[in-house]
Write a protein that binds this ligand. Structure first.
Ligand SMILES: [Zn+2]
Ligand SMILES: [Zn+2]
Length: 264
């Protein structure tokens, strides 16, 4: 089988960061060939970068999460400079989250706009997080010309209408372990409709472990359960899902070099 890619995880977060050797071993044993470790603050970006430089199967992104309020606010130039690193393949995660942040959201929208501008300038695609903010996310993506650089709507939980609008803007759709949750019927309908050449899968580890590990610490090896669920919904075999999502990953993140030549 084509090795799977976990297109979104946080290996530098506790408790993953204290057990990485075992986590990489279990990923290998479960057919997971690569993972993208996603940045959430400028302060912790050096940890993300070090993981990608220390492990050929790990890639990095640079960005500040929409709900982060403690750390340094990134200028577009900061992001562009940090994205020059050869192991950085994307800008993010960025976006809007009106579920966890409240009040005047101008600061979050401005931060999102700077990430889009940095992505266009650096030539590296966007990783977009959205929650309770679909109208604003699509409006700002259009206003800033996000379609010119493209990217992924990560941990997708929105409607088919939102998915179709994101597809029209040149974006991929990534599904997490949420697709295995009992109350996710509406999302499972969206899984069935995304075109083969725009589909990605992820864990968002250490959060959102899929069934049968729901509630436990998530890790990249569990992306296999996401792949199995997606395969069932699409009446495809897991081989086809693995080869489509891995090919899609390396076509979206153009400067990600596979650790082994036979993967892409
Ligand atoms: Zn996210
Ligand atoms: Zn994340």
């Amino acid at each position: 089988m084509t090795p799977l890619v976990d297109s979104h995880c946080h290996l530098n977060f506790e408790p993953l960061n204290t057990g990485l050797d075992a986590i990489f071993q279990r990923a290998r044993n479960n057919g997971v060939g690569h993972m993208l470790c996603v940045s959430v603050t400028l302060e912790t970006f050096p940890e993300v970068r070090a993981l990608a430089h220390g492990h050929r199967q790990v890639f990095a992104s640079v960005g500040v999460h929409p709900n982060e309020t403690e750390g340094r606010e990134p200028a577009a130039d900061d992001l562009v400079n940090l994205a020059k690193d050869e192991r950085v393949v994307a800008i993010g995660e960025t976006g809007l989250d009106y579920y966890r942040s409240h009040g005047d959201m101008t600061w979050q929208q401005e931060r999102f706009r700077r990430h889009i501008r940095a992505a266009k300038q650096s030539g590296k695609p966007l990783i977009i997080h959205t929650r309770d903010a679909a109208d604003d996310i699509l409006r700002i993506m259009r206003e800033e010309g996000a379609a010119d650089i493209g990217g992924v709507m990560h941990c997708f939980t929105e409607s088919w209408e939102v998915a179709r609008a994101a597809l029209d803007l040149n974006f991929f759709i990534s599904f997490s372990g949420i697709v295995t949750f009992r109350n996710a019927d509406a999302l499972r309908d969206v899984v069935k409709r995304v075109p083969d050449d725009r589909l990605l899968i992820e864990t968002d580890a250490p959060y959102l472990a899929p069934v049968p590990y729901r509630g436990k610490t998530n890790e990249p090896s569990f992306v296999r359960y996401v792949a199995e669920c997606v395969a069932g919904l699409r009446h495809a075999d897991i081989d086809a899902i693995a080869s489509d999502t891995t090919r899609n990953f390396f076509s979206l993140f153009r400067n990600a070099v596979p650790a082994r030549d036979d993967l892409a």
